[in-house]
Design a protein around this ligand. Structure first.
Ligand code: FAD
Ligand code: SF4
Length: 341
């Protein structure tokens, strides 16, 4: 691990001030100062020499009523960025009113990691692309312009939606798939002041600059997430398919939230995870289902629409039918759910 300076932040302003005063913070720079949450992504990648921040600011001692809050109100659900994955997954109100969010967290990682990791750091986890994590391989995300080893390499774990010729890495997180389905917003404190952005605007497609993964400014701190209330949040499901039952990232996943009038879809929200370059909202699939009965045939048509733009590589074509089947199953599970009014 390279040398770096380390400090604790007492409050969000303190954290942002320390980060924005650090070297390497010019826009687009590869490694501005990093905030330390649970450290389950950051410390891992620092040990592998993939992330090399000159400064690390521990944000876990920040106090204040909102930073760890989990509040369900009429407007929706607010979750402070320093709440742990476990706290959100175990919250009874979240499990009742937003099961898709609770399930996406309880199916992620391991109990130990869920105890350590914060939801703010969770949405910013980095790809698990093996070439990115091993500095002996060329990788555009790590070293812009170096080339992409996965294009002609072992790309079973790589994305089929949202990729570019410069990077086909998949976004590995689960919670973000549920957040994007439910139209969440993100609250931040930037060096220029507080701001709110749609969760769908947080992650950037790889395009020709895969090393720039989000729209956050250097030194910008995520402070919380707001998930708007909706008639569809209680009838919601997160379905995750993986190589083994625990402690594994998604081969395919689907976050589905439904409002039904009998069998007919009044509203539906769909997020797709696994072989996606960034958290993925399947609006084409939603459009196929709106106003129609939720039958297997219509779910099948929606799943085909979700993956219509997919581009497979040598080893990952199986993830297209797997993703489609996962979405169909999630839709039918959500339909069959018993929802307490
Ligand atoms: C073995 C293993 C298995 C895993 N399996 C899964 C899985 O199945 N599903 C899944 O979703 N995840 C999985 N993960 C990933 C894990 O969930 C993330 O590493 C974790 O959620 C990151 O949170 P953290 O608090 O530890 O972040 P950190 O490692 O502390 O930070 C991650 C990044 O976010 C930045 N950051 C942290 N907090 C903030 C903030 N508030 N504002 C701005 N920037 C911030 C940091 O600077 C850093 O760049 C797994 C991880 C491991 C090691
Ligand atoms: S897929 Fe992306 S992260 Fe993986 S080697 Fe290629 S450029 Fe790097």
């Amino acid at each position: 691990m390279r040398s770096f300076t380390f400090s604790f932040a007492a409050d969000p302003h303190d954290a942002v001030r320390a980060a924005s005063e650090s070297p390497g913070n010019e826009v687009g720079a590869r490694m501005p100062a990093q905030f330390l949450g649970g450290g389950t992504t950051l410390v891992d990648l620092m040990k592998l020499d993939v992330m090399r921040p000159g400064r690390v600011i521990d944000i876990t001692r920040i106090t204040g009523p909102r930073v760890r809050a989990i509040e369900v109100t009429r407007a929706g659900l607010f979750v402070g960025a320093l709440a742990t994955m476990r706290q959100v997954a175990d919250c009874a109100a979240v499990r009742r009113d937003y099961p898709v969010l609770a399930e996406s967290l309880s199916l992620a990682a391991s109990p130990q990691i869920r105890n350590m990791a914060r939801v703010g750091g969770n949405v910013l986890q980095r790809t698990r692309c093996a070439y990115f994590r091993d500095t002996s391989w060329p990788c555009n995300k790590r070293d812009p312009g170096a080339g992409c080893s996965a294009l002609q390499g072992q790309n079973r774990w790589h994305a089929v939606l949202g990729t570019s010729e410069h990077c086909i890495a998949s976004y590995p997180g689960d919670w973000a798939v549920a957040l994007i389905a439910l139209d969440a917003t993100v609250e931040t404190l930037a060096p220029s002041g507080p701001r709110v952005l749609r969760f769908a605007e947080l992650h950037r497609p790889p395009g020709s600059t895969p090393h720039i993964e989000t729209s956050l400014a250097p030194g910008e701190l995520i402070t919380g997430f707001l998930v708007p209330a909706g008639a569809y949040t209680r009838r919601s499901v997160y379905l995750k398919v993986r190589d083994r039952e625990s402690y594994e990232f998604a081969l395919a996943s689907a976050a589905v939230a439904l409002d039904l009038d009998g069998d007919t879809v009044r509203q539906v929200r769909i997020g797709v995870g696994g072989p996606v370059a960034m958290p993925w909202r399947a609006r084409e699939a939603e459009a196929v289902l709106a106003g129609k009965p939720l039958t297997e045939a219509n779910a099948d048509a929606a799943a085909s629409a979700a993956f219509a733009g997919a581009k497979a590589r040598e080893h990952n074509a199986f993830r297209i039918p797997l993703g489609e089947q996962t979405l169909i199953r999630a839709l039918m599970q959500a339909k069959a759910m018993e929802v307490i009014a």
